[in-house]
Design a protein around this ligand. Structure first.
Ligand SMILES: *Cc1c(COP(=O)(O)O)cnc(C)c1O
Length: 482
C-alpha cells in the first residue's frame, strides 16, 4: 500500500466507521456464532503475496464482524461497560498514526508530560487528595498486581526483589468474598500464595465487614503470619457493593497494613460530588485504581492508577540498563519504572481528547443519567410481582431475578433464570450477564454504554417481562413435568 492508497483506504474506513456506529442497533448485541465457526473460515496459511485492502476489508465484513459482540450497542447491559466515544476513537487513530513507543521520557517527551498532566486532572476530577500521583496502566488487574508488589517490597525492605523469598515470610492479604478475581490472580503472581488470601465475609449489602477483617488479621498475627495488605472494593463486579473505606482504613492503620482500593468500574462515579462519600477515609489509602476504559468513554485500554508513596513504586520497579540511560533521567518521569511493562502505548492522548471534548460537566451529566436510569429500572422491578431485586442499587448495576408467584425452590428458580437469560440473549436485542449472590442465580443489568438512553432500558425491561410471560405460559402447560 502506498501513501495515496492509504489516503483512499483511510477515507473509506472512516465512512465505514460512521455507518457502523450509526447503524449499530441493527446488529445482534451478542454474537450468535458457534465455537470454531470463525477459525474454520480462515485459511491455514498466510498469503504468500500481498492482498489488496478491498479484499481484506470485504473478509473483515463477511467473516469477522459476525463474530463480534457489539459492546458499543446501547442495549449492551452485560458485564460492565467498555466504552468508546467519538473523541476517544479519534485519539486512538492519532496515536496509531504516530505509532510512538513511550517507554521513557526521551522516546516521546509529550507522551510522558501529557500523561503526568492528565493524571493530575483525573485525580482532581474524582476528588483524590493531592498526595496521590497517577500513572496509566493497561488494566486494573495490572494496577492491583503493581500495588501488591509495591506493598511486598516496601514491607520487606526491598529484600524479596533482590533475594527472593529467602526467609520464608508468610504474608497474608485480605479482601471481601465479593472481590474481583484479579486480586487472587495478583496474590498468586506476587508469590504470596492463594492460601494466604483471606476472603472476609460481607454484610447484607455485600460490603466487607470491618470487624471480621480485624478478627482475621489478629488471628493471623497470633499464628505467625505477617498481614501485608487489604484490598477494598468500591463497586464490586457482582453488584457494585461498596466496602466501607473509613473503618477498613482504621483497621489497616492500627495493624500497619497497606490499603489498595479497586474502583475499576465505579471510580468514574466519583466525578459526581454526591458520590464522593464512597471515598470517605481516603486518607488511609495507599493506592487506588479505576478504569477510564470502563465507564469513562475511553477506548480499552486505559487504567488510572494512583499511588501515595511514589518512591516506593519506583524503587520496586526501576531498572537501569545502560542502553536506557539518558541525561534527563533525574528531571523527568520515565514511566517504564512505574509498572511492569517496558514498552508503553501513548494512552494519555485519547484520555486527553475525551476529557477536553466532554468537559468534566459532560462526563458528569452522562454518569448521572446512567445512575438515574438504573434507579428507575430498579423501581420498575420492585413494583413487579414476578420479579425481585437481589441487591441494593447504589450505582448503575441492577441485580434481580424472575420469581414467579408460588415458586420458592432455589434450584428451580436458578434454572428458570438461567433459561430466561439464555432466551433473552439469543434474541440479539440485548445482552445481559449473571452472577451468583448468596447462591441465587442473579441477572445483572448494567446501564453504562456511552449512548444508552431511557428508551433502551425501558424496551429491554418490557422485553424481559414479555419473554418471562411466554416461558410461564409454556411451563404452565407442561406443569406435570416440573
Ligand atoms: C472490571 C474489574 C476488574 C478488572 O479490570 P481489568 O481492567 O479488566 O483488569 C477488577 N476489579 C473490578 C471491581 C472490576 O469491575
Amino acid at each position: 500500500m502506498n501513501i495515496d492508497e492509504f489516503r483512499e483506504n483511510a477515507h473509506f474506513l472512516v465512512e465505514w466507521m460512521v455507518e457502523y456506529l450509526k447503524n449499530i442497533e441493527t446488529y445482534p448485541v451478542k454474537s450468535p456464532v458457534k465455537p470454531k465457526e470463525i477459525i474454520e473460515q480462515l485459511p491455514d496459511a498466510p498469503p504468500e503475496d500481498g492482498e489488496s485492502f478491498d479484499i481484506i476489508f470485504s473478509d473483515f465484513c463477511k467473516i469477522i464482524l459476525p463474530g463480534i459482540t457489539h459492546w458499543q450497542h446501547p442495549s449492551f447491559f452485560a458485564y460492565f461497560p467498555a466504552n468508546n466515544s467519538f473523541p476517544s476513537i479519534l485519539g486512538e487513530m492519532a496515536m496509531a498514526t504516530i505509532g510512538a513507543q513511550c517507554m521513557i521520557w526521551e522516546t516521546s517527551p509529550s507522551a510522558a508530560e501529557l500523561e503526568e498532566r492528565v493524571m493530575q486532572w483525573t485525580a482532581r476530577m474524582i476528588g483524590l487528595p493531592d498526595c496521590f500521583t497517577g500513572v496509566i496502566q493497561d488494566t486494573a488487574s495490572t494496577s492491583t498486581l503493581v500495588s501488591i508488589l509495591t506493598a511486598r517490597e516496601k514491607f520487606s525492605g526491598y529484600e524479596i526483589n533482590s533475594k527472593g523469598f529467602t526467609r520464608n515470610k508468610k504474608f497474608t492479604v485480605y479482601c471481601s468474598k465479593e472481590t474481583h478475581s484479579s486480586i487472587e490472580k495478583a496474590v498468586k503472581i506476587a508469590g504470596i500464595g492463594r492460601e494466604n488470601l483471606r476472603k472476609i465475609d460481607v454484610d447484607e449489602k455485600f460490603s466487607l465487614i470491618p470487624e471480621f477483617l480485624e478478627d482475621s488479621i489478629r488471628k493471623d498475627i497470633q499464628n505467625g503470619y505477617i498481614p501485608l495488605c487489604t484490598i477494598a472494593t468500591i463497586g464490586t463486579t457482582g453488584s457494585t457493593a461498596i466496602d466501607p473505606l473509613k473503618p477498613i482504613g482504621e483497621v489497616c492503620k492500627r495493624y500497619n497494613l497497606w490499603l489498595h482500593v479497586d474502583a475499576a468500574l465505579a471510580g468514574t462515579a466519583l466525578v459526581l460530588p454526591e458520590k464522593r462519600w464512597m471515598i470517605e477515609g481516603i486518607e488511609n489509602v495507599d493506592t487506588f485504581v479505576f478504569n477510564p476504559h470502563k465507564w469513562m468513554f475511553t477506548n480499552f485500554d486505559c487504567s488510572a492508577y494512583f499511588v501515595k508513596d511514589k518512591e516506593a513504586l519506583i524503587k520496586t520497579f526501576e531498572i537501569h540498563p545502560e542502553y536506557l540511560k539518558t541525561q534527563e533521567d533525574k528531571k523527568v518521569n520515565n514511566y517504564r519504572d512505574w509498572g511492569i511493562q517496558l514498552g508503553r502505548r501513548f494512552r494519555a492522548l485519547k484520555l486527553w481528547f475525551v476529557i477536553r471534548n466532554f468537559g468534566v460537566n459532560g462526563i458528569r451529566e452522562k454518569i448521572r443519567s446512567h445512575i438515574q436510569m438504573a434507579k428507575e429500572l430498579a423501581s420498575m422491578i420492585e413494583n413487579s410481582p414476578d420479579f425481585e431485586l437481589i441487591a441494593p442499587v447504589p450505582l448503575n448495576t441492577v441485580c434481580f431475578r424472575w420469581k414467579p408467584e408460588n415458586i420458592n425452590n432455589l434450584d428451580y428458580l436458578n434454572r428458570l433464570n438461567e433459561q430466561l437469560l439464555e432466551n433473552l440473549n439469543k434474541s440479539g436485542k440485548l445482552y445481559l450477564t449473571h452472577t451468583k449472590l448468596n447462591g441465587i442465580y442473579t441477572i445483572r443489568f448494567v446501564v453504562g454504554q456511552t449512548n444508552v438512553q431511557k428508551k433502551h432500558v425501558e424496551q429491554a425491561w418490557e422485553f424481559i417481562v414479555d419473554v418471562s410471560k411466554d416461558m410461564r405460559k409454556k411451563f404452565l402447560k407442561g406443569r406435570s413435568s416440573l
